[in-house]
Design a binder for this molecule. Structure first.
Ligand code: NAP
Length: 548
């Protein structure tokens, strides 16, 4: 159909948003403020995204509650009362639902509706989105708020489907309460999700077998109730704290220490690591500004953690298995725990080093390794996610000329700023690959992307622009830059999900932008200030202009 020759059907919505996690919720709010018609499709039957699905025992945010929360509305940040330093999954979910009520979001969210396909039609410059109920909806703008860790990774262990007991994946936990009381339980994986759940499962189970393939570095959370005085102080100074976070490296109130680990004496370094260990949390990796770029500096921090593990774990053989050696600290996501290493001092807990004793298969009764079979009543797969690209590639997304996103990304994701993909006009990705996203406080990155996209849409409306998409050269340049920044750091030394190394056959490409959220924000702001440089903008032919 040639624009202008036949009447183009109006789109049903100006914008469709995929996902009702924190990104999708805020996006909907901003779209409404622009006066745009919008609908959100959400696969789950409630809001909250990752916090809707990840209900495993001990699930809790590794970022402090006062930082892992919306900052766009002072009313919201002043009204909500966090109860603990690190919020539990149920508290975050209550918060998400409360915000949805405050902003009356749910009336525009279609729950239990999975997006299966989204095809761009060049004649009308509209997207047609097909959902799991078989229906199709047309829109001008397609905004993917699908999250970075939303497709659970079922490990390719032979027989995993045949287990006859109760099987769980941490990323897709049942909504009904479940107790492991009196059970023999096996857990595969020792990443963040496992490290949070193991102490709780061990407190219930008759026996817990933990299958560890790679020992991880974990720092204590030192969680506790949020003191009212601290909450008051933060609320009084929220504006300054949030400003600092937005312009920092990692999106937190406290920025990375600007000093090199080599600039200080051994004593001083130890004191700083000790101070951060005692304080707890992800800030440990920000002790010095070169921990992620200088191997010798990194080794100081790694060795500090190794020694703490040896101090906590009583059995020296178990302690040595738990001590991570195979990669520099922080080149896989640092874990935060509440009593993880202490759990190995319990008589009902056994650590199996799957490097020495590889898992051969899952049987009906349990897990068979090269040495023996461990019979278990329940099996927990804490085996992570097909991160950042997995969810997007599972949707049949087709741009210009039927270009499929999954084939365009066959060798790894290419994206301009993690916000858009060349050949996919009017499609935006919130915290997409190529943006700081998972290397930062997600809330800070989500808000920055939503606000950038909302400003962009306003600009398009004001200037009667029909389509926007990244220029292929700008996209290639940015993708190269993302890899170059990561290559200048130590990230190549860790087999992380950040670079897809956890998924068999996935291209090994470092996906998030490691240049820091403050720097990234100013790059995005400059792009916008320069009339969206690096994007191709096209005006609607006068006769075919429909909604803008
Ligand atoms: P993960 O970090 O990818 O850990 C998966 C674990 O499963 C690893 O120990 C991995 O071993 C193991 N594994 C995978 N396939 C296996 C196989 N076939 N055989 C044996 N072991 C296997 O996943 P996650 O723990 O779910 O965490 C993912 C991310 O989610 C975190 O890094 C974090 O960003 C986020 N998260 C955040 C929070 C929070 O803020 N509260 C909590 C949980 C998770 P290898 O290391 O050898 O691959």
């Amino acid at each position: 159909m040639t624009p202008g020759s036949t009447k183009v059907a109006e789109p049903e919505f100006d914008a469709l948003v995929v996902g009702a996690g924190f990104a999708g919720m805020y996006m909907l709010h901003r779209l409404r403020k622009l006066g745009m018609t919008a609908r959100v499709f959400e696969a789950g039957d409630g809001v909250g995204g990752t916090w809707f699905w990840n209900r495993y025992p001990g699930a809790r945010c590794d970022t402090e509650s006062v930082e892992y929360s919306y900052s766009f509305s002072d009313e919201i940040q002043q009204k909500w009362e966090w109860s603990e330093r690190y919020p539990t999954q149920p508290e975050i979910l209550r918060y998400a639902n409360w915000v949805a009520e405050q902003l009356d979001l749910k009336r525009d969210i279609l729950f239990s509706t999975r997006v299966n396909a989204a095809h761009f039609d060049e004649a009308s410059s509209q997207w047609t989105v097909t959902t799991s109920d078989g229906s199709t909806t047309r829109c001008r703008f397609l905004i993917m708020a699908t999250g970075c860790l939303s497709t659970a990774n079922l490990p390719d262990i032979p027989g995993v489907e045949t287990f006859a007991g109760s099987r769980f994946h941490t990323g897709n936990w049942p909504h009904e309460p479940f107790s492991f009381e009196g059970q023999v339980v096996g857990i595969i994986g020792t990443g963040s999700s496992a490290i949070q759940s193991i102490p709780i499962v061990a407190s219930q189970a008759k026996h817990l077998y933990i299958f560890q393939r790679t020992a991880n570095y974990s720092v204590p959370a030192h969680n506790g109730p949020l003191e009212p005085e601290r909450l008051d102080e933060i609320k009084t100074n929220y504006h300054d704290y949030r400003h600092r976070a937005r312009h920092s490296r990692r999106g937190y109130f406290e920025d990375t220490n600007p000093v090199s680990a080599h600039q200080v004496s051994e004593d001083e370094r130890r004191r700083e690591f000790e101070r951060r260990w005692q304080f707890g949390g992800l800030g440990f990796i920000a002790s010095y500004n070169d921990l992620l770029s200088d191997e010798a500096a990194n080794e100081h921090a790694a060795e500090f953690v190794r020694n703490r593990i040896r101090e906590i774990v009583e059995d020296p053989e178990t302690a040595e298995k738990l001590v991570p050696y195979s990669y520099p600290i922080g080149t896989k996501r640092l874990c935060i725990d509440s009593g993880y290493y202490e759990t190995f001092n319990q008589p009902n807990v056994t650590l199996i080093d799957a490097r020495d004793e590889p898992i051969v298969e899952v049987t009906e009764r349990g897990i068979r390794t090269s040495e023996t079979e461990y019979n278990v009543d329940s099996l927990i797969l804490a085996t992570g996610f097909d991160a950042m690209t997995g969810t997007l590639k599972r949707i049949d997304i087709r741009g210009r000329n039927g270009l499929e996103l999954r084939s365009y990304w066959e060798d790894g994701p290419v994206s301009y700023l993690g916000l858009g993909v060349s050949g996919f006009p009017n499609m935006f990705t919130i915290t997409g690959p190529g943006s700081p996203s998972v290397l930062s406080n997600m809330m800070v990155s989500i808000e920055q992307h939503v606000e950038w996209i909302a400003d962009c849409l306003e600009y398009l409306q004001a200037n009667s622009i029909e389509t926007i998409e990244p220029d292929a050269e700008a996209e290639a340049e940015w993708t190269r830059h993302v890899i170059e920044v990561a290559d200048g750091m130590l990230f190549s030394k860790g087999n992380s999900w950040w670079k897809g190394a956890n998924i068999e056959g996935k291209p090994t490409v470092f996906m998030p932008y490691a240049g820091g959220v403050g720097r990234y924000r100013s790059i995005c702001d400059d792009v916008a200030a320069n009339s969206y440089s690096g994007f191709d903008l096209s005006k609607a032919p006068a006769s075919a202009s429909s909604t803008s």
